[in-house]
Design a protein around this ligand. Structure first.
Ligand code: TEU
Ligand code: CA
Length: 542
């Protein structure tokens, strides 16, 4: 683990939507170099870059054709080397996205498997055709998780898109390939790695139907996940890197086990339970009501659990797979600044490492797309069809996609208030949000903008060990507010957030507790230590 890991703030760049510099409508690596001064101004320490390797782009690059390559769509090794050296001058480190659970079916390994090469067939999960699909498991993108290959008379497993074939991690050759890939990128100056759905890599020995669910209970948090994570850490020499695992549908115990520093596996993990509170009956495609008491209860449960099991979380409210949190959780129409800054205060106040997803620091919101033709994400387009097949009207299905689509978080950044926001001189690969007033130039020009609140949050966290290293102590949560302390060697900091559109009068005990504190940051001009305004958030130091 890097010695300062707990002090770092991370910034996620969804490359294809960040900054285009050659007019093809896709963001590129040169565009990141161009915007480095902006990122340095924000004060972040790491940029996590989404996959830019050779890919046919069925899943926007998470279908990797060659792990040691750069797709010409995004640039080349000369540009990448310059990005590393320019970032280093600004004390910004580079974290890459390692998609190790599956490769593209265009990868040479899979192509050799299709040609009948037994060595490479054992790189994947092939099952002989015994007259039916091997199991009834459902792909995360809808449909069966198995694809039949006629010329082999076999099925192969794909938990995601059919062009993303799951790899067989039981095979030592596969494990060796990925150690080698990590060493390759480390040698190019990369000091951080995000591991895509890494807790799905340990598959069961017996493949059986799931009559209780979609099959995920058989392949999630498998028996060898920790062993494989530890092996990568040791054999690729990741101790001087920062590593974060994307942990799909995991548990507190497992997540803490993977990120317990004594296990020398990963430094931290992304968990998603807090971003499923508005799923009705846990179903992403069934729109439920947001329940902040449940939201706070979950966050508290994970904070207490990580203290107990000595794990370390990566905290985020947005990423390239999520709708914009402020559109999802608050009244952005009337309280755009307050909702954005309240959610940010919570994210940066929790015990763990904060991640800023591109655009959240200027308050980007979900688009109001009126037609399914405006969406690009395979998962969204496939589920639109599935929801209609299951009986929804076109309008209901579109409404559901509008709430849930991953494209909500994938719209290009507006750098200025021009037609294409200074994102591209060409035709953007996906429409920009028509909201021209939400752009970086206007944000940086306004000292009371969301941008400067984020900049202050990053700086406050860096200068207060209570926030970066302190423990977690719950004070109170209810339907509206959530209050917790962060304590470190006698220093105490209180985080107080109201994520609702109600004014809240604090009870006497809380007033008593906080009244002698100094307000370090507040998304309103003042605070009377009695009434908490709509979406008001504060960090108080004693
Ligand atoms: O995401 C996996 C993941 O958990 C989400 O994609 C989720 O499963 C999906 O939205 C269904 O609800 C990672 C990447 O972040 C994502 O972009 C990729 O599509 C996916 O893995 C496959 O590589
Ligand atoms: Ca480009």
């Amino acid at each position: 683990m890097q010695k300062d890991m707990k002090k770092y703030t991370f910034y996620q760049i969804y490359l294809r939507s960040f900054q285009d510099t050659n007019g093809d409508g896709y963001g590129d690596l040169e565009g990141v170099i161009k915007r480095l001064p902006y990122l340095a101004k924000l004060g972040i320490d790491f940029i996590w870059l989404s996959p830019f390797y050779k890919s046919h782009q069925y899943d926007n690059g998470y279908d990797v054709d060659d792990y040691k390559s750069i797709d010409p769509l995004f640039g080349n090794f000369e540009i990448f080397d310059r990005l590393v050296s320019e970032s280093k001058k600004l004390n910004i480190q580079i974290m890459l996205d390692m998609v190790f659970n599956h490769s593209s079916t265009h990868h040479k390994w899979f192509q050799k498997a299709l040609d009948g090469d037994k060595k490479y067939q054992d790189y994947y999960i092939f099952k002989d055709n015994e007259g039916k699909v091997p199991t009834n498991w459902v792909s995360k993108f809808g449909g069966s998780a198995w694809k039949y290959v006629e010329k082999l008379d076999k099925y192969y497993l794909h938990l995601f898109h059919e062009n993303q074939a799951d790899l067989n991690w039981e095979n030592p050759e596969v494990r060796k390939e990925f150690v080698d890939i990590l060493k390759f990128w480390k040698a190019k100056g990369v000091t951080g790695f995000r591991f895509d759905v890494i807790n799905l890599i340990s598959k069961p020995t017996v493949y059986e139907d799931d009559f209780l669910g979609d099959g995920r209970r058989f392949y999630t948090d498998g028996p060898k996940v920790l062993e494989y994570m530890h092996m990568l850490h040791e054999e690729a020499g990741l101790d001087d890197c920062v590593t974060v695992g994307e942990l799909s549908s995991t548990t507190i115990e497992n997540s803490a086990k993977y990120t317990n520093l004594n296990n020398e596996a990963f430094d931290m993990g992304f968990n998603f339970h807090h971003l499923k509170v508005d799923y009705k009956d846990g179903n992403k495609w069934s729109i439920g009501q947001m329940n902040f008491k449940k939201f706070y209860e979950l966050l508290n449960e994970w904070q207490v659990g990580f203290e107990k099991y000595n794990g370390w979380a990566a905290w985020f409210m947005n990423n390239h797979d999520q709708p914009r949190a402020i559109s999802r959780f608050g009244n952005v129409k009337d309280f755009h600044y307050e909702v954005s800054t309240a959610i940010a205060t919570l994210t940066h106040g929790l015990k763990g490492s904060p991640y800023i997803y591109q655009g959240e620091e200027i308050g980007m919101i979900n688009p109001d797309f009126e037609s399914i033709d405006m969406y690009k994400d395979y998962e969204s387009l496939n589920y639109y069809k599935i929801l209609i097949e299951e009986g929804m009207s076109n309008e209901e299905a579109l409404y559901t996609i509008k709430q849930r689509s991953r494209d909500n978080g994938r719209l290009p950044i507006r750098w200025d208030d021009s037609e294409n926001g200074g994102f591209t001189e060409g035709n953007p690969w996906i429409l920009l949000n028509p909201e021209k007033n939400i752009n970086y130039n206007d944000a940086v020009a306004n000292e009371k903008s969301i941008f400067y609140f984020y900049k202050d949050l990053v700086s406050i966290r860096k200068s207060n060990m209570s926030l970066s290293h302190g423990d977690y102590e719950l004070i109170h949560y209810d339907d509206n507010i959530y209050i917790f302390n962060r304590n470190y060697k006698g220093d105490k900091i209180t985080i107080l957030v109201n994520l609702t559109e109600e004014k809240i009068i604090l009870n006497d005990d809380i007033k008593e507790m906080i009244s002698d504190g100094d307000v370090l940051i507040n998304n309103y001009n003042d605070f009377d230590f009695d009434t908490v305004n709509e979406y008001q958030s504060m960090i108080i130091k004693y």
